[in-house]
Design a protein around this ligand. Structure first.
Ligand SMILES: Cc1cc2nc3c(=O)[nH]c(=O)nc-3n(C[C@H](O)[C@H](O)[C@H](O)COP(=O)(O)O)c2cc1C
Length: 317
């Protein structure tokens, strides 16, 4: 699965990465629910795929992710998302952002496992049984001790699946991810458990599956650094040959992303490309050089010119 990443895996990025392939599902960036029912346009902005059968252009199902602490409002909004065509609802209990946590949402709920259970149960009850309701948690807030009781609440509330980001809220995004701590949870639960966190390569993927005893994984920043990581992981697991994407193909993907920028504010569109390059630097040294060349640019047109030059250079090389 492709992880939800706010400000990064928007509609266009989901379309791009799932077209590269290897993903069975993706999840929208979180939609923060307070105490009211959102109008249609908010769901369409968060998940334009709702107008396209709930799937990306490549045919990959997209679940709508909700974040909040008001079980009733979450249930109502989940039911609406499903009425509008969402193929599944994912509940975010992992967001470490201070503003979100101050309002009792995201990972702050991990301190009160029973509330996690109440929210999952309310959402489960509000949407038809055929629609999956999944939860995404971390190991805990400031320590991993409560992970099993949180997971039991999620299962007791009849969630379909549980994804565990193998770090606590206080760990932030610092390595390592403690994949082995998921194993004890998985052994006690009868629903699929998905391992997430710090999977950057096929070797990491293999180790994460082995340490956690899970059979499914969710890829986050690794998917941005290596856009065909999911294909590499699958090929590796099946002992198949896979031609990894080279830098020229990555430049074409960057160009495609930039081309989607026409409907976005200039600053946002340009920043998205810069942001992706910062992730790509990890997998492709040439991305560092390209980032240096565009980092001070303000317009999409200037960036497109640099990309065109890079393409020409690669073609003549
Ligand atoms: C920029 C960014 C935005 C994120 N936004 C979300 C989000 O909207 N919902 C969510 O559940 N997790 C979010 N996450 C967490 C990721 O889904 C994932 O759990 C985390 O990055 C760990 O996986 P990784 O080590 O493979 O990146 C975000 C992470 C990053 C880096």
């Amino acid at each position: 699965m492709l992880a939800p990443m706010e400000g990064v895996t928007d509609y266009h990025m989901r379309a791009l990465l799932t077209s590269v392939g290897g993903y069975d599902r993706c999840v929208t960036e979180f939609l923060r629910v307070t105490d009211h029912l959102y109008p249609d346009r908010v769901f369409h902005r968060c998940c334009p795929e709702l107008c396209e059968g709930g799937k990306t252009r490549a045919g990959t199902p997209v679940f709508v992710q909700l974040l909040g602490s008001d079980a009733g409002a979450l249930a109502e909004n989940a039911a609406k998302a499903v009425d509008m065509g969402a193929l599944g609802i994912d509940l975010n209990f992992g967001c470490p952002a201070k503003t979100v946590n101050r309002h009792g949402g995201g990972s702050s709920l991990l301190r009160t496992p029973a509330r996690v259970g109440e929210i999952v149960a309310a959402v489960r009850k509000a949407v038809p049984g055929t629609i999956p309701v999944t939860a995404k948690i971390r190991l805990g807030f400031d320590n991993p001790d409560p992970v099993l009781s949180i997971a039991e609440q999620v299962v007791g509330a009849e969630a379909s699946e549980l994804c565990i980001h193998a770090r606590t809220r206080n760990d932030g995004y610092r390595p390592p991810a403690h994949w082995h701590l998921i194993e004890q949870v998985r052994a006690r639960l009868h629903i699929p458990v998905i391992v997430n966190g710090e999977i950057w390569s096929p070797d990491n993927a293999q180790q994460a599956l082995s340490d956690s005893a899970c059979s499914d994984m969710m890829l986050g920043r690794g998917a941005l650094s290596v856009p065909d990581l999911a294909c590499q992981v699958r090929a590796n697991a099946q002992g198949l040959r896979h031609e990894n994407l080279g830098w020229p193909q990555i430049v074409r993907l960057l160009d495609q992303l930039l081309a989607t920028a026409v409907d976005l504010p200039v600053i946002y569109a340009g920043n998205r490309t810069k942001q992706w390059l910062t992730y790509l630097r990890r997998g492709y040294p040439a991305a560092a050089d390209l980032f240096t060349r565009i980092k001070r640019m303000r317009t999409v047109t200037d960036m497109a010119q640099v990309l065109a030059l890079e393409k020409a250079r690669l073609e003549s090389a």
